[in-house]
Design a protein around this ligand. Structure first.
Ligand code: 13P
Length: 253
């Protein structure tokens, strides 16, 4: 699974319905002849169905959040199977903005991953990453280890199931400055070694991807090319411009 890079756009809550669909059209046109990597776009819930129609099958669609129950009295929530029905092939779980503003924790993330893995063809993008205080006080390695243990400990991964781990250092998100590539590589190595301990190296090589997110753009992405443990990017701000997103994707594949 590791050979092909994946570049995922997280449009967050930054666009209205019309803006989302206009951007989807631009992305579709821009990536018309794109080859060599997987592209996925995560619009807001309201725009998902229409965006899927526009993007077709070459560009995948993902959701920005999902609930851990399959059905029931859970006002305001969306189930994994509903996302699959809407054409989503990816879903972001536990983004740091949700951990910050909605008190999402890794116990919730754990339940959500298990629920998503029960649905065919829906790939979880599990967000991890330390905050600035943890980084400054040299606790990053432990934080990553702990987040992965809490999120994925005891989770059964089927032979054909895929999981994407998005390492997003919270202090780099939206800051305008990505972390040093060497630091990303180091963190990804910690992630890989932890996953190797948990699932075994062959499962990790086959079923996992480890991607980076945090102020990545078409210029600084060039310094990340060729990192051994980097399987792709999760892009916020720079994915809101089709041309910029295309350049970024071209640079990394
Ligand atoms: P930025 O690229 O805007 O820093 O956002 C990263 C992110 O949070 C992607 O999920």
């Amino acid at each position: 699974m590791r050979e092909e890079k994946i570049i995922i756009a997280n449009w967050k809550m930054k666009l209205g319905l019309k803006e989302t669909l206009d951007l989807a059209k631009e992305v579709k046109a821009k990536f018309k002849d794109f080859k060599g990597g997987e592209i996925a776009v995560c619009p807001n819930f309201i725009s998902l169905l229409e965006a899927k129609k526009i993007l077709g099958s070459a560009i995948k669609v993902g959701a920005q959040n999902v609930f851990w129950e399959g059905n029931g009295a859970y006002t305001g929530e969306i189930s994994p199977s509903l996302l699959a029905e809407a054409g989503c092939e990816y879903v972001i779980i536990g983004h740091s903005e949700r951990r910050k503003f909605l008190m999402v924790n890794y116990e919730m993330i754990h339940r959500t991953i298990k629920a998503v893995l029960k649905v065919d063809n829906l790939i979880p993008i599990v967000c991890i990453g330390e905050n600035w205080d943890e980084r400054k006080t040299d606790r990053r390695d432990f934080v990553l280890f702990d987040q992965l243990q809490q999120a994925l400990g005891g989770v059964d991964i089927g032979p054909d199931q895929q999981i994407i781990i998005a390492y997003e250092p919270i202090w780099a998100i939206g800051s305008g400055t990505a972390i040093e590539p060497s630091e990303a590589e180091y963190a990804h190595k910690i992630v890989r070694l932890t996953l190797n301990d948990m699932f075994g190296m062959s499962v990790v090589n086959k079923n996992f991807k480890i991607i980076y997110g945090g102020s990545i753009n078409s210029k600084n992405v060039k310094k990340f090319v060729g990192l051994e443990n980097l399987d792709g990017m999760l892009v916020g701000g720079a994915s809101l411009d089709a041309d910029e997103f295309y350049k970024l994707a071209k640079a990394i594949i």
